[in-house]
Design a protein around this ligand. Structure first.
Ligand SMILES: Nc1nc2[nH]c(O)nc2c(=O)[nH]1
Length: 247
């Protein structure tokens, strides 16, 4: 059965392979590393990554292109005042995130007071307790626990913290997969069940947290040649990952 093949491949890949894909293959991680190097401000870097995740929906291009645009923009335009002000200049000029700008700015207005009170030390605490980070974000944003932008913000916060604190903390098993277009469509190949529920079960069966399953699937499902090239270069189990994408 197809679901059994999926589970067997995921078990063979494990969190170790997810980590390689995150750090060496996912173009979003590379975009973050580029911004980190150019910005030279650890605390602001993490805040920008969280803010950017919160407005990462209804994109006008692939997610990879949006994160590259974000990285290039803030590498050249250091936020001089508030994050909200910076985005009210950035979003109207963006080529890859053009829709629903007023709603996205409203979300940042809600987020900014929370971010303003956080130091690098607080972020280190949150990195070691990403469930608390998710729960605090849910409260501040008045969102659902499994809302796409919330769980996605945890994923990107994990990437940013890994770059800043230079250690790997696995994502908590309790945090669901971000239900975007790619994941929703891929899930339909296996079930008509709610994708969040489906991946929650698969995650428990194979012992890989849903956010790491997302990291294995999401880059390769985007169909970018650069991703396939990097996968073959860095991951010795590349063929298994490609098999997953064609199930
Ligand atoms: N499930 C995911 N959705 C995403 N959207 C976006 O811009 N990046 C991602 C991602 O990594 N996973």
């Amino acid at each position: 059965m197809k679901v059994e093949v999926l589970k067997n491949i995921l078990m063979e890949l494990g969190v170790e392979c997810a980590r390689i894909i995150e750090e060496k293959v996912d173009l979003q991680f590379l975009a973050l590393k580029n911004l980190y190097k150019n910005l030279g401000d650890d605390e602001l870097f993490i805040k920008l990554v969280i803010a950017n995740s919160i407005v990462s929906y209804q994109l006008s291009a692939k997610g990879e292109q949006w994160w590259l645009e974000f990285s290039n923009y803030f590498s050249r335009n250091y936020p001089k005042t508030t994050i909200l002000r910076s985005y009210s200049e950035f979003l109207p000029k963006s080529k890859t995130n053009k829709r629903l700008i007023p709603s996205k700015l409203n979300r940042l207005e809600r987020l900014e007071p929370f971010l303003m009170n956080l130091t690098l030390e607080n972020f280190e605490g949150y990195y070691n307790n990403m469930l608390k980070f998710r729960n605090d974000l849910v409260r501040v944003m008045r969102a659902k626990e499994d809302a796409k932008t919330i769980v996605f913000a945890v994923k990107m916060f994990g990437y940013a913290s890994r770059i800043v604190f230079k250690n790997f903390v696995p994502y908590p098993i309790e945090i669901p997969i971000p239900k975007d277009f790619r994941i929703e469509n891929y899930t339909k190949r296996f079930t008509s069940e709610n994708p969040v529920k489906f991946w929650e079960r698969i995650s428990k069966d194979v012992g890989i947290p849903p956010l790491h399953i997302d990291s294995i699937l999401w880059p390769v499902l985007g169909g970018e040649e650069e991703v396939k090239k990097r996968l073959k270069e860095h991951c010795e189990k590349a063929e298994l990952v490609l098999r997953l994408s064609s199930l």
